[in-house]
Design a protein around this ligand. Structure first.
Ligand SMILES: [Fe+2]
Length: 306
């Protein structure tokens, strides 16, 4: 595996964190030297399409911003004519092929669940960023647009693998949108990026930043790694929880509802006790740093004979 660090995708960490991370979108030109076929190729996608048990929840097809209902490219699979082992909603490769040739973008989500290279790259991002990271693959036919302008609730790292893809990315807003927004290009400022990604280029887009791909002359294959932001509320919650659950004063003292226990004064006293414990807590930094060791984050490779 040729990748060992996030620096393989975004260059020197110091510069990335001080200049771009959570601040502004940026293209890291020719970050990954070719050839790129060993990372992920259209042949790998073909192979996956023909996995008979690949569920259509993993495979999303879209055309001009509209999702294609999954029943249009699904079939039912039965193993050894056993009705108990019947899987509905499995991907039908022939139907997918026809829809792709009719202009649909293929969006295979959660590829890290299936492919060891994508899983390893997801792990590199997860270890660095302290969150679970998913890897997705997009194959877009020439002269089409699968998705309209939108923002995502997570940071994205887009790696162009083959063909080219033209992106427009707008400035990262000071206040990030909390919900879905319908963007109309004529009401938006000038994009800060309007450029064609070449194989080996990496595009970083902070969460909440509007972006949209633009149709190109050739078929494009890219992968995207999505990393949700960690908020202070998440981190403080884990610190406070560790204290509350580890301290008998909070954990074993019963709160009695309906006997006037919760006066403003008593709440204040309990809060002060909690603040005191937070000040005294050992290993605060460990709790705040604890991330990639969390079982929900890793999807570590294991070997049966090691
Ligand atoms: Fe996106």
């Amino acid at each position: 595996m040729r990748f060992t660090s996030i620096e393989d995708f975004v260059g020197k960490k110091d510069l990335f964190y001080s200049r771009y991370f959570d601040r502004e979108p940026h293209i890291f030109k020719a970050a990954i030297p070719g050839p790129l076929d060993d990372i992920f190729s259209i042949a790998d996608l073909d192979e996956a399409l023909n996995f008979e048990a690949l569920r259509s929840d993993y495979m999303i097809l879209a055309k001009q911003g509209e999702l294609i209902p999954s029943h249009r490219y699904s079939r039912t699979i039965q193993v050894r004519d056993t009705p108990q082992v019947t899987y509905h909603n499995c991907v039908d490769p022939e139907k997918v092929r026809r829809l792709f040739h009719d202009g649909a973008t293929i969006f295979w989500t959660g590829v890290n669940h299936f492919n060891s290279t994508v899983r390893r790259i997801s792990e590199i991002f997860a270890e660095e960023l302290g969150v679970r990271v998913e890897g997705d693959i997009f194959l877009t036919p020439a002269r089409t647009q699968g998705f309209v302008i939108h923002h995502d609730p997570f940071d994205t790292y887009i790696v162009q693998l083959s063909g080219t893809k033209n992106w427009k990315v707008w400035p990262t807003p000071e206040e990030r949108p909390k919900q879905w927004v319908s963007y109309d290009q004529k009401d938006m400022p000038e994009p800060v990026i309007e450029e064609s990604l070449q194989p080996g280029d990496v595009l970083y887009i902070p969460y909440g930043t509007p972006h949209g791909p633009v149709a190109e002359e050739d078929t494009s294959l890219h992968m995207t790694f999505s990393a949700p932001p960690v908020m202070w509320s998440d981190k403080l919650e884990s610190l406070v929880n560790a204290i509350l659950q580890g301290d008998a004063e909070f954990r074993d003292r019963r709160y009695i509802f309906g006997r006037g226990e919760a006066t403003d004064q008593s709440v204040e006293q309990a809060a002060e006790a909690l603040i005191r414990k937070i000040r005294e807590a050992e290993g605060k930094k460990e709790i705040l740093d604890r991330s990639s060791s969390d079982a929900s984050i890793g999807s570590k490779m294991t070997s049966l004979f090691q």
